[in-house]
Design a protein around this ligand. Structure first.
Ligand code: NDP
Length: 281
């Protein structure tokens, strides 16, 4: 039984084109890929429900999962609730997501050949994404809200030494400009955090690198997590701190965060769960 929630498909629903998943030489849209995944799971008997789990009890077996006031009991549970990219929370951001705004340079960078892009954020991800984007874009501007980066020294130096990258200090994106009918994003309104002055800044793409939040609120106090809220899995396995509860994908991976690595760890979790059930018989 798969509880998909009310917005199934997760982060891939925010991507236009997935170019780096094997088996799709011409790329595939994120939503289309999710539909194919669902169909394939259903072919093997998975029951998929558009329901959101609101409570779990992993203190004893069978485990209890509550969704829409109904409790389902399970001998084993695989947690794959993923992570969400932190967003700025602007209306224009929601509207233009996937139309010039991206949360993943690895996924979408290729589309910005010889274009001007900005990267928002000052952490290691922002540095890594900015560096990666210089392979395609003609100009990369990092927009950071403070006058100091959060990123590690080595990542900072790499960026300072990259002639294709500029940094706009003490600046925040106040609005994204453009509309989906006319080619998407055309620029942003930047605001200086010290003076409050705003300006129009032309660009073809915005990459948000504000960090990720693992979707683990529901499991607090039930399975062990690290200080950032990611579920801890044992070694290369999908075993969590509770025997019979497994975790896979971005909910336990803050490093790779790709569809293909998540799918691979999902397969490992299924095998671990199967072995667990066999050993119980
Ligand atoms: P971080 O939380 O480290 O950085 C997020 C950045 O976004 C910060 O600079 C923060 O600003 C900024 N930010 C957050 N919210 C807003 C907002 N609303 N408006 C404007 N700016 C905002 O996330 P990362 O994804 O960069 O990194 C996560 C972890 O992964 C870190 O531990 C990092 O070291 C690690 N990592 C390591 C890499 C490597 O070593 N190769 C590569 C990528 C990640 P502020 O600084 O002001 O808080």
């Amino acid at each position: 039984m798969v509880f998909e929630g009310t917005q199934p498909g997760g982060q891939l629903m925010l991507t236009n084109e997935v170019e780096n998943y094997p088996g799709f030489p011409d790329g595939v849209s994120g939503p289309e890929m999710m539909e194919l995944f669902r169909k394939q799971a259903q072919r093997f008997g998975a029951e998929t429900l558009f329901q959101t789990v609101t409570q779990v009890d992993f203190s004893s077996r069978p485990f209890k999962i509550k969704a829409e006031e109904e409790i389902t009991e399970a001998e084993t549970v695989i947690i794959s609730t993923g992570a969400s990219a932190r967003l700025l929370g602007l209306e224009s951001e929601t509207r233009l997501m996937g139309h010039g705004i991206s949360v993943c340079a690895t996924c979408d960078g290729f589309f910005y050949q010889d274009k001007d892009v900005i990267v928002v954020g000052g952490g290691d991800s922002a540095m890594e994404e900015a560096g990666f984007l210089t392979r395609f874009a003609s100009r990369v501007t990092i927009v950071h809200r403070r006058d100091q980066l959060r990123a590690s020294k080595i990542m900072q130096e790499r960026i300072f030494n990259n002639p294709k990258v500029d940094i706009r200090w003490n600046a925040v994106v106040e609005q994204m400009l453009g509309d989906t009918q006319n080619g998407g994003l055309t620029g942003v309104i930047l605001k200086d955090t010290r003076t409050g002055k705003t300006e129009r800044f032309r660009c073809d793409g915005v990459f948000l690198a504000l960090g990720h939040i693992p979707n683990t609120e529901l499991f607090k106090g039930q399975v062990d997590m690290n200080e950032r809220g990611y579920i801890i899995t044992r070694g290369k396995s999908a075993h969590t701190s509770v025997s019979g509860i497994f975790a896979c994908g971005d909910v336990q991976d803050a490093v790779y965060r790709q569809a293909i690595t998540a799918a691979g760890s999902g397969c490992a979790a299924a095998i671990d769960a199967e072995h667990f059930l066999e050993n119980q018989a």
